[in-house]
Design a protein around this ligand. Structure first.
Ligand code: AHR
Ligand code: AHR
Length: 520
């Protein structure tokens, strides 16, 4: 994982490509056989004189010559870990190695390695001003298969951040501190966000606590309006500068900061002495727009800045853990990158070819059909998910059960309220009410039309965790699957802090046979 050796020859070649205004996505013709064939984002930043000092991606190498580890996964079955490297120098992650290692169990992303050679790896975030939900108040780790994509046609996985998930490094090297200049970009899922604080990537406090205005400089993405906002209804790219998400010169709304929600979104923040900018674009094509470029915010404490140089992903500077989002790749640079350099990076990202892929697997769960969901654990094979009012539990249902109970155990399959590739389950006897989780337990509630309800009521069918039937991954907490425990029904992870997260029998408890409905 050493930094990529760069000959003056290659550097000149890369610079001349930039100077010519060409988009640096292809082969550098002058590169010798021992050199990387392709210039990747951090080669482009280096050629521009603003080298990466942190480079994180679970999907691809960010240097043309990088062959080291991209990330590490840990599997639940035996707690062993595996490092995932690119398929070739500068290439896409070896997702097949992960799939084989995690087959028959579940995996979490434990480390996102720094490719820059500065050792600025991201690991499970510790508690700070706020506690995380995991053991010892650490934040949760992301599920390793929760954000599948293809990059240039090859499968890869992003980092899916549910509320409570976070990564951090409070002991970095080479990251900007004080008022020093830096650049940052990240490729994110522009359709996965919320208004919680704060889905961030970038510079934050080394203490995990709020040490005052100007102590952070991170990319923020989401639709929080608590501090700042832009035009439209969001989401927006803003700068988290601590005690404020900034969309322009002043606190509050700056209409120059446009709503941006491309499925793959490039977000850029950079800052130096009394100068900063917000830029963004579609990570699949086209160029970056500049949403703000100018002086530091007029509010006190942000000029000069007091950056501390820690790195956060998915959380606020004080370990606020209310936000959600998905991260694919991102870097932090030393120095204020030029717009031309960032434009070349955007061209490289677009050429990399991010695309969506299926987020479901297993037996088809047909929209419009009436179904009953039967437990498969040996204890419980006559039990089905049923509601009684708003309460949900498994109940024994047989052909001689009352028609009331049969109807309570029957649901009409709908396209997922939050994502039509997934599914929602509407009660047969209470139309307009759906199975949804709240505080990780299942209830039957009327659809209130909110985005949160839609997400809480959306479950993505997968091949059954035990190999039988289907599992149903929660759309907004995909490490959690519908699971019965003591005959109550939860969304549960395979091991975790709640009693109902017990790894014992998790695979069986989380596998369901989708039977023809007892009623329709
Ligand atoms: O600046 C917004 C948030 O305010 C920061 O991320 C957090 O540290 C504080 O709560
Ligand atoms: O079930 C987890 C969360 O709990 C849901 O997303 C939310 O509705 C509740 O706060």
């Amino acid at each position: 994982m050493s930094p990529q050796p760069r000959s003056p020859h290659l550097r000149r070649a890369a610079l001349s490509v930039l100077a010519a205004g060409a988009l640096v996505a292809g082969v550098l013709a002058n590169a010798g056989p021992s050199q990387a064939a392709t210039s990747q984002p951090c080669d482009i930043y280096a050629a521009g004189g603003t080298p990466c000092v942190a480079a994180h991606s679970t999907t691809r190498a960010l240097y043309g010559a990088y062959t080291g580890s991209l990330y590490q996964v840990k599997r639940a079955s035996d707690s062993t870990t595996l490092n995932i490297a690119p398929l070739s120098a500068g290439g896409v992650a070896n997702a097949a190695a992960q799939d084989s290692f995690c087959s028959g169990t579940t995996c979490l992303i434990t480390v996102i390695y720094d490719q820059s050679g500065h050792g600025n790896n991201l690991t499970q975030a510790p508690p700070g001003g706020f506690n995380g939900p995991d053991v010892n108040s650490y934040d949760n780790l992301a599920g390793a298969t929760a954000a599948p994509v293809t990059v240039g046609g090859s499968k890869a996985y992003g980092v899916f951040v549910s509320p409570g998930t976070g990564y951090r490094n409070n002991s970095t090297s080479g990251i900007a501190t004080g008022d020093a200049a830096e650049g940052e970009y990240a490729v994110l899922d522009g359709t996965h966000y919320n208004g919680g604080c704060c889905f961030d990537y970038g510079n934050a406090e080394t203490s995990s606590t709020d040490t005052g205005n100007g102590h952070m400089e991170a990319i923020y993405f989401g639709n929080s309006t608590s501090w700042g906002s832009g035009s439209g209804s969001g989401p927006w790219i803003m700068a988290d500068l601590e005690n404020g998400l900034f969309s322009g010169l002043s606190s509050g709304k700056n209409s120059g900061d446009a709503t941006i929600a491309n499925r793959f979104t490039t977000a850029v923040i950079k800052g130096g002495p009394n100068l900063w900018a917000i830029r963004g674009g579609n990570a699949q094509s086209g160029s970056l727009s500049t949403y703000y470029s100018g002086a530091r915010p007029s509010a006190s404490g942000y000029n000069p800045m007091h950056k501390e140089g820690a790195i956060i992903l998915g959380i606020g500077g004080d370990n606020s853990v209310g936000a959600q989002g998905t991260f694919y790749e991102g870097v932090m640079t030393s120095g204020y990158p030029t717009a031309a350099t960032e434009n070349a990076v955007q061209a490289n990202i677009a050429a990399a070819g991010y695309a969506t892929t299926s987020i479901t697997s297993g037996p088809a769960v047909t929209v419009g059909s009436a179904v009953s969901l039967r437990a498969t654990t040996a204890c419980c094979t006559t039990r089905y998910i049923a509601h009684s009012g708003t309460a949900v539990a498994t109940q024994v249902v047989t052909s001689s059960s009352t028609s009331t109970l049969k109807a309570e155990a029957s649901f009409t399959v709908r396209a997922g309220l939050a994502n039509s590739s997934c599914r929602s389950f509407e009660s047969v006897d209470t139309p307009g009410s759906y199975l949804r989780h709240s505080n990780f337990q299942l209830y039957l509630n009327a659809n209130d039309g909110t985005s949160l309800f839609a997400q809480d009521a959306t479950f993505c069918p997968k091949t059954g965790a035990s190999g039988t039937g289907n599992s149903f991954a929660s759309y907004n907490y995909p490490t959690r699957n519908i699971r019965h425990y003591n005959n109550n029904v939860y969304i549960a992870s395979n091991g975790g802090t709640h009693t109902f997260d017990s790894a014992t029998l998790w695979s069986d408890d989380a596998s369901w046979v989708v039977a023809t409905g007892w009623a329709s």
